[in-house]
Design a binder for this molecule. Structure first.
Ligand SMILES: [Zn+2]
Ligand SMILES: [Zn+2]
Length: 148
């Protein structure tokens, strides 16, 4: 999916959020990057674009954007919070050597058959309604493989 910077402002307005410069830039940074950036990496990218935000302000804005569903936050293998602007259902394939995270799809029919089971009795968990699954595949990427 191509990123359309003029759409960012509309997305924010549609949710009743003021399209501040900081919010627009944060979304642009994440939409234009195919990586799943950490807070520190977003700060660096904003600085490169001439926008100097404090970590506290950035964090507040990221929280708000996650709450409104414009970003997804998850924890990477390195334990850092990372942000994803790809809102289409997808999974992650993580390189265990360099930490690269690639968006991947999966076989939907197989996924529907995937049921979380109680660890103790291997039965489906009672009273839960399962709405989705986020799978983290792990492996070694081609660049790391060719280097070894
Ligand atoms: Zn790698
Ligand atoms: Zn992703």
């Amino acid at each position: 999916m191509r990123h359309d910077p003029s759409g960012t402002e509309q997305k924010l307005r549609a949710l009743g959020l003021r399209p501040t410069k900081a919010r627009r830039l944060i979304l642009d940074v994440l939409c234009e990057s195919s990586n799943h950036l950490s807070t520190e990496e977003i700060l660096d990218d904003l600085r490169r674009r001439g926008h100097h935000a404090s970590p506290a302000t950035l964090y507040q804005n990221l929280n708000r954007l996650v709450q409104e569903g414009l970003l997804v936050r998850f924890t990477g293998l390195d334990g850092l919070s990372r942000y994803d602007a790809n809102l289409e259902p997808h999974h992650h394939l993580v390189c265990t050597r360099c930490g690269r995270i690639v968006d991947v799809g999966s076989d939907k029919t197989q996924l529907r058959r995937l049921v979380p089971l109680d660890l103790h009795n291997a039965r489906p968990l009672p009273k839960w309604r399962i709405s989705g699954a986020l799978i983290e595949f792990r492996g070694v990427c081609p660049i790391c493989r060719s280097g070894s």
